[in-house]
Design a protein around this ligand. Structure first.
Ligand code: NAD
Length: 486
């Protein structure tokens, strides 16, 4: 069996600096279609010299270009043009995204591309409302505070939702007057390369630049560059440690949106059908590759057996297959090595004394693509590796609990702290639980509801800093205090 390509991508993809192809200089990197395993394009890697040129272009656009000093009204117009550009090209961008990620095309069109467009409108609306401060406490003086752009932003994105995640960074950086150098994941460069190209039509020269390549080469050169004034990173926790060290050496601010191992706590007082739908969505949407996945499903003991049985029945019916088919719910994993890593956790779970509830195998019947069956294991305890390590696939780990105290203790017994989910129709149970959960986001009786105005980010090793309205304003601007005698 084989699957048709969503689009014929360009045979070679390169970075873009001041609207022109980047210098490259690095090795050629293959780009694969995860549904077939076939190479579909070649990425030109940018070496340190190419990264230097990109940062200098962004620097020149910041120091000498119109962007940082543009009126808010004018900047909002340009952000609206960015939004319109995405909306006018949803089909092409979604197909390119599908070709490199294997994400389900219908989902990419309905959710990711619309989120990308709305990121630009959101930050345009946000800056239109931004308020200032002034003080006259000291007689004879007036002091006022302005927020000014920071400078050149290095924006580093992962492969699991490239456009949706990167546009949050691009829109925020640009809305507050910064210029930017974007580095997408080397695995999934296609749609972002096209987006950056399209946006050159509406942005002044050098405002948004693109470099490509491996993290250890292109990414490392970018975050170490002395011309970079801030770093916004989304990716794995170990990479975050390395990037934060580089930021520390140059003393530049950074935000880190990192990994997760989120607890999905289902009390006996939950609406069982809603909780079941939420648990399935929490672990199987986006092909299971989500930082905010509800990957540890904690179920109160009186309903545990019944809930697990129903979950298994539903998981067995989840439609795995062609990312282009409307009925597909889970597509392939992003790469061969990632698929093998995810599958290895089925053995890890058994070695640790757990048992496989469903799945744990490659879907060989779907050809050479990186497809696996929706998988769930019963952990022996929360200390098991499949309960502690981020697996990042359609792979749920079940653990029973008794009462609020044990639920909270298990939920918090992790190095991560990105998201928690609580399912209960009993308000005292909800209120006894949510304040004690050590995570940056808590969703109650809903699987995933991102409010762009609200801070999003993690406690503990899930992150440093937040994304969202006011959090981005604080991060992407410098405050300046000016005092004048009256
Ligand atoms: P990754 O850390 O391997 O790579 C992310 C990006 O960093 C890529 O562009 C990569 O090339 C680059 N990179 C790698 N090493 C680098 C270095 N030394 N210097 C500079 N850049 C470097 O992550 P991934 O595998 O692409 O993405 C999956 C991870 O991202 C998961 O852990 C997931 O939880 C996390 N994630 C977090 C959020 C969030 O909002 N918290 C959202 C999505 C994904």
């Amino acid at each position: 069996m084989t699957f048709a390509l969503p689009i014929t991508p360009p045979s070679r993809v390169a970075g873009l600096v001041s609207g022109k192809p980047s210098l490259g200089g690095g090795v050629d990197l293959p780009v694969f279609y995860p549904a077939t395993g076939a190479q579909i394009s070649t990425l030109t890697e940018d070496d340190a010299a190419a990264v230097d040129a990109a940062v200098l272009a962004a620097r020149a656009a910041f120091d000498r270009g119109p962007w940082p000093g543009l009126s808010v009204a004018k900047r909002i117009e340009v952000l609206e043009d960015c939004r319109d550009t995405i909306l006018a090209n949803v089909d092409e961008l979604a197909r390119l995204e599908c070709a490199a990620t294997g994400l389900v095309l219908k989902e990419l069109k309905a959710r990711h591309m619309l989120r990308a467009a709305s990121n630009f409108r959101f930050f345009g609306e946000y800056i239109s409302q931004a308020a200032g401060q002034s003080y006259t406490q000291t007689e004879g003086y007036m002091t006022y505070v302005t927020r000014e752009p920071v400078g050149v932003a290095a924006l580093i994105a992962p492969w699991n939702a490239p456009i949706a995640l990167a546009t949050m960074k691009i829109a925020a950086a640009l809305a507050f007057g910064n210029t930017a150098v974007l580095k997408p994941s080397e695995q999934t460069p296609l749609a972002l390369a096209r987006l950056v190209e399209l946006l050159q039509e509406v942005l002044p020269e050098g405002v948004l630049n693109l470099v490509n390549g491996r993290g250890t080469v292109t990414g490392a050169a970018l975050v170490a560059h002395p011309g970079v004034d801030l770093i916004s990173f989304t990716g794995g926790t170990e990479t975050g440690r390395s990037i934060m060290s580089a930021a520390g050496r140059n003393l530049v601010p950074c935000t880190m949106e990192l990994g997760g191992k989120s607890a999905n706590i289902i009390f006996a007082s939950a609406d069982p059908d809603r909780a079941l739908d939420g648990a399935l969505q929490g672990i199987f949407s986006n092909n299971g590759q989500q930082c905010l996945a509800g990957s540890r499903i904690l179920v109160e003991r009186p309903i545990f057996d019944d809930f697990v049985a129903r979950f298994r029945d539903r998981a067995a019916k989840v439609r795995v297959g062609d990312p282009l088919a409307d009925e597909t719910e889970v597509g392939p994993l992003a790469s061969l090595s990632h698929m093998n890593r995810v599958l290895s956790f089925a053995d890890t779970a058994r070695e640790d004394g757990g048992s496989l509830l469903i799945g744990g195998t490659r879907r060989d019947d779907l050809g050479e693509g990186y497809f696996i069956s929706p998988t769930a294991v019963l952990a022996r305890s929360n200390a098991d590796r499949c309960a502690q390590q981020e697996i990042f696939g359609p792979f749920a780990t079940f653990i029973p609990f008794d009462g609020v105290d044990e639920a909270v203790a298990i939920a918090n017994d992790t190095a991560f702290g990105l998201v928690s989910y609580v399912w209960s129709d009993h308000m005292p149970t909800v209120m006894a639980t949510t304040p004690r959960l050590r995570s940056g986001v808590v969703w109650v009786n809903t699987p995933m509801m991102r409010e762009l105005r609200a801070p999003f980010g993690g406690f503990k090793t899930s992150g440093v800093g937040r994304e969202g309205g006011a959090s981005c304003e604080a991060f992407y601007t410098e405050e300046k205090t000016t005092t004048i005698p009256l």
